[in-house]
Design a binder for this molecule. Structure first.
Ligand code: ARG
Length: 456
């Protein structure tokens, strides 16, 4: 018999049951559901809707249910409708009529909104910690590679010299923004909708603020219709995590590229690589590929959530039950991806000599060569043209700007002397770029320092 038997009678269709049930996935909010109920029952006692004794017994009963579940004495009934009904049923089976008083002044509509908020606020805390751990790992790695010269790319063509440290710190900036977004989303999530009732509030003199305080929340929602029908906090989290996955996917793509024989800037450890069932020589970056692939899955859920909410009339509609599987899977997926990245980075081997060779072979110091002539008094356009001719000459002779003899330089411009080799030295090209935010070791050290300061 359903809890809502009364208006309806008889058994419902089996198909309806299967469609209607959410206990298979909302049972992960078991603890939050009980915490919310305990705060509600306590408040009902304080404001006198329940007698103090009744309120105390309900709270104790709920605590016992929580304990029994933790200690493996209470199994969740997979035939139940949802976690809210399940807890209330267990309570009522234990306390009799008193258990039926818990739901006074409350609806499952404000109850579920509260549970999801509590659950996601906890998850957000864990996500923030994982983002911070990845930032810390990348800062440490960047510190080790302040002078590891590599080519910086535009259009995936070698462009100008940077360092591995500089490149890694670019990811830290993205992750610091992700962290800030999660923190802000968490603040908007930490509000209590209880008291909104089904949609129109309640006639009981509830103390909504007290419930929020008991739950450690920042405040209460302002409008009962909005309180039960708002899922912005779910969407904000899925948007934040979609952006975060976009960052991880770009990082994964670079790991895949750098690990390829064509680049060979790094190698993943065997612990983070997979083999092929047919090609004995293969060592594959599957983990990075999966992170890239799982980004699609997160975007898909984000689109599900947006589409689910689109055009829903106020207030609660059952469509909104669909929010849970989507956001839960997003959270699980992102946590998994975030947690494998630090050990994967930390166990990787880097090949600075390959990075440097790629930098030299890419003529990425050509701008610096032109600047050298400009400093000697030549207009930039002329310097640009001469340098272009030098690059063409190097390509023809299979040389780099570092290995081209001085006589060849001087044949194109008498302004060259052997100071040019210092000017085009890759590391000195990098160290001259000490503008705030630039790749010079001291500028990257500053970025690391600033990031670490934010992380404490
Ligand atoms: N399982 C439901 C959900 O997740 C709980 C709220 C049900 N409310 C209702 N009016 N049927 O949305």
């Amino acid at each position: 018999m359903k809890m809502w038997a009364g208006r309806l009678s008889g058994d419902v269709d089996e198909g309806l049951n299967r469609l209607n049930q959410s206990i298979g996935f909302d049972s992960r909010m078991f603890e939050e559901d009980i915490q919310g109920s305990m705060a509600h029952a306590t408040m009902l006692g304080v404001v006198g809707v329940l007698e103090e004794e009744e309120s105390r017994k309900i709270v104790e009963g709920l605590e016992q249910i929580l304990q029994d579940r933790k200690e493996g004495r209470l199994a969740i009934d997979p035939q139940g409708e949802d976690i809210h009904m399940f807890v209330e049923q267990v309570l009522t089976s234990r306390l009799g009529d008193l258990g039926k008083k818990l739901h006074t002044g409350r609806s499952r509509n404000d109850q579920v909104a509260l549970d999801v908020r509590l659950y996601l606020a906890n998850q957000e805390e864990e996500l923030i910690e994982l983002v911070e751990a990845l930032c810390a790992c990348l800062c440490d790695l960047a510190q080790e590679h302040l002078t590891t010269v590599m080519p910086g790319y535009t259009h995936l063509q070698r462009a100008q010299p940077i360092t591995l440290g500089h490149q890694l710190m670019a990811y830290v900036q993205m992750l610091l923004r992700d962290r800030e977004r999660l923190q802000q989303t968490r603040e908007r999530t930490r509000l209590s909708p209880l008291g909104s009732g089904a949609l129109a509030g309640t006639t009981y003199p509830l103390d909504r603020q007290l419930v929020a305080e008991k739950l450690g929340l920042a405040g209460v929602t302002e409008n009962s219709l909005d309180g039960v029908s708002d899922r912005d906090f779910v969407l904000e989290l899925s948007a934040d995590l979609s952006i975060l996955m976009m960052h991880l996917s770009r990082m994964a793509e670079e790991i895949i590229l750098w690990f390829s024989s064509e680049f060979r800037f790094m190698a993943l450890s065997d612990r983070f690589s997979t083999g092929s069932s047919i090609m004995p020589q293969k060592k594959n970056p599957d983990i990075a590929e999966l992170i890239r692939g799982k980004t699609a899955r997160v975007y898909g859920h984000h689109m599900t959530l947006l589409t689910m909410m689109k055009a829903l009339p106020l207030a609660y509609n059952k469509d909104m039950q669909e929010d849970k599987e989507a956001i839960f899977d997003i959270v699980d997926t992102v946590k998994l991806c975030l947690s494998v990245l630090p050990p994967m980075w930390n166990s990787a081997t880097f090949y600075p000599e390959n990075m440097r060779a790629a930098a030299a072979g890419g003529f990425i110091n050509a701008t610096d060569c032109a600047d050298y002539l400009v400093k000697k008094g030549l207009p930039f356009r002329d310097a640009y043209k001469i340098t272009g001719q030098l690059v063409a000459l190097c390509i023809e002779k299979g040389l780099t700007l570092e290995t081209l003899p001085l006589s060849e330089y001087q044949a194109l411009s008498p302004l060259f002397d052997d100071g040019v080799y210092q000017a085009i030295d890759l590391l000195s090209c990098v160290s001259l770029r000490k503008v705030y935010g630039g790749p010079a070791a001291e500028a990257v050290a500053k970025q690391i320092e600033n990031a670490r300061r934010k992380l404490v």
